[in-house]
Design a protein around this ligand. Structure first.
Ligand SMILES: *[C@@H]1O[C@H](CO)[C@@H](O)[C@H](O)[C@H]1NC(C)=O
Ligand SMILES: *[C@@H]1O[C@H](CO)[C@@H](O)[C@H](O)[C@H]1NC(C)=O
Ligand SMILES: *[C@@H]1O[C@H](CO)[C@@H](O)[C@H](O)[C@H]1NC(C)=O
Ligand SMILES: *[C@@H]1O[C@H](CO)[C@@H](O)[C@H](O)[C@H]1NC(C)=O
Ligand SMILES: *[C@@H]1O[C@H](CO)[C@@H](O)[C@H](O)[C@H]1NC(C)=O
Ligand SMILES: *[C@@H]1O[C@H](CO)[C@@H](O)[C@H](O)[C@H]1NC(C)=O
Ligand SMILES: *[C@@H]1O[C@H](CO)[C@@H](O)[C@H](O)[C@H]1NC(C)=O
Length: 332
């Protein structure tokens, strides 16, 4: 599917005051405007750099551009523009998460998330960074397709969450025997540990501690750092060289890919025979609805029925895949 980015050039040259005067007119225009064939409203952007930003996500000024909580900021000041999830009012986005891609049919958005680390610059001098992600008031949750990874010679990585129910998981990385070896085979063994959370989580706290009670890192000159990260399964390949110097820290300054699930509908799916309320999200024909499985704020996601593909959140978004409109995706 091809999305086009549309802006309203005339608006760019108006002062804020002029904009305020114009606002009622603009809203009226957006509401009254007919969506185009892709269901996109004029004045809304649905592409940032190389990234498609399909509805319910969107870039723009109008209330119709995106569903609350799905606003995307597109920063054009980079060679390739970069997209950031703005987040819902009140959510804790330390810096807005950078978006890598959106798979609206699967209810997935991939972002770059920071890692947790603890490093020494001397036997007595250390610095650490935890990783905290609070998605409680957002329509997002950390997908179960991610894993917790710990890396270090003698360290414990801990993952803690309180939603849906308080849990603490630890993963112990331990590797005394390989001080001079730069080997490794990509598998997460000695020096690396892995844990697969089995529930969607809305808030996550990662922290890293050395095994020594007093947090001394006796091996600091060879292994100055230990790490903890929540990252897409199979993204991380462990090689011992990652433990030497600040190798892994430097390699992950932009963050690591993390998959989030989202539920764009507020409330729950329609009961049998219920008339859809005006804000009902699954507006495409040939779509279905699934209640979200995490329950702090009720939400639901939309899917296309079997045999259909596309965007269930826009009118006529679910298309018959037999029509072979995308032969590269759906070979006939
Ligand atoms: C875009 O990115 C640049 C460089 O990091 C930053 O200075 C600027 O504030 C950003 N613009 C917006 C609108 O966030
Ligand atoms: C956040 O929400 C509160 C209450 O809904 C509102 O008063 C406030 O203006 C909002 N802030 C922003 C930055 O949108
Ligand atoms: C580290 O701290 C200990 C105890 O405070 C002190 O005796 C030692 O000299 C310090 N070592 C270095 C290298 O600063
Ligand atoms: C890494 O793990 C895979 C799957 O368990 C295994 O097949 C492979 O032999 C391992 N590689 C090495 C070099 O041990
Ligand atoms: C790696 O990170 C350390 C600490 O932040 C820094 O001092 C060093 O210059 C970095 N090295 C490279 C090659 O980027
Ligand atoms: C979703 O939840 C609502 C309210 O609990 C219920 O009426 C509806 O049948 C559920 N729908 C599905 C598809 O599970
Ligand atoms: C579902 O798709 C079929 C074609 O595959 C079409 O005839 C029908 O009108 C669609 N239903 C709705 C409600 O859009």
């Amino acid at each position: 599917m091809q999305y086009s980015t549309m802006t309203t050039p005339s608006l760019q040259f108006l002062s804020q005051q002029q904009l305020l005067l114009l606002l009622p007119a603009v809203i009226l225009l957006v509401v009254a405007a007919a969506a185009d064939a892709q269901g996109q409203l004029p004045g809304c952007g649905h592409k940032c750099g190389n990234i498609d930003i399909p509805f319910p996500f969107g870039i723009g000024i109008g209330p119709g551009c995106f569903v609350d909580g799905f606003e995307v900021l597109c920063n054009d000041s980079y060679h390739t523009p970069r997209a950031f999830l703005r987040g819902t009012n009140g959510s804790y986005f330390p810096s807005p998460y950078e978006l890598l891609s959106i798979a609206v049919e699967k209810g997935e958005a991939r972002v770059l998330a920071p890692i947790a680390s603890r490093c020494n610059t001397d036997i007595n001098v250390s610095f650490s960074a935890g990783m905290y992600m609070d998605l409680v008031v957002t329509p997002f949750a950390v997908s179960v397709s991610n894993v917790l990874i710990g890396v270090g010679a003698t360290a414990v990585t801990t993952m803690q969450y309180t939603v849906p129910a308080e849990r603490i998981f630890s993963c112990l990385a331990y590797d005394f025997g390989s001080v001079r070896e730069e080997g490794g085979n990509g598998n997460c063994t000695a020096g690396c540990c892995e844990f697969s959370p089995s529930t969607l989580t809305k808030d996550v706290l990662l922290s890293v501690r050395y095994i020594a009670e007093d947090q001394t890192n006796m091996m600091w000159s060879t292994f100055p750092c230990a790490y903890g990260m929540l990252v897409e399964k199979s993204w991380y390949e462990y090689y011992r060289r990652d433990m030497f110097r600040y190798t892994l820290l430097n390699r992950t300054t932009q963050g690591v890919p993390l998959t989030l699930n989202f539920a764009a509908g507020k409330g729950s799916c329609l009961a049998k025979g219920q008339v859809p309320p005006p804000e009902y999200a699954c507006i495409s024909g040939n779509s279905s609805c699934a209640n979200a499985t995490y329950s702090d704020t009720p939400g639901y996601m939309c899917k296309c029925l079997d045999g259909y593909a596309g965007n269930p959140y826009v009118a006529n978004g679910c298309q018959d895949i037999v029509e072979c409109e995308q032969p590269e995706v759906y070979p006939c």
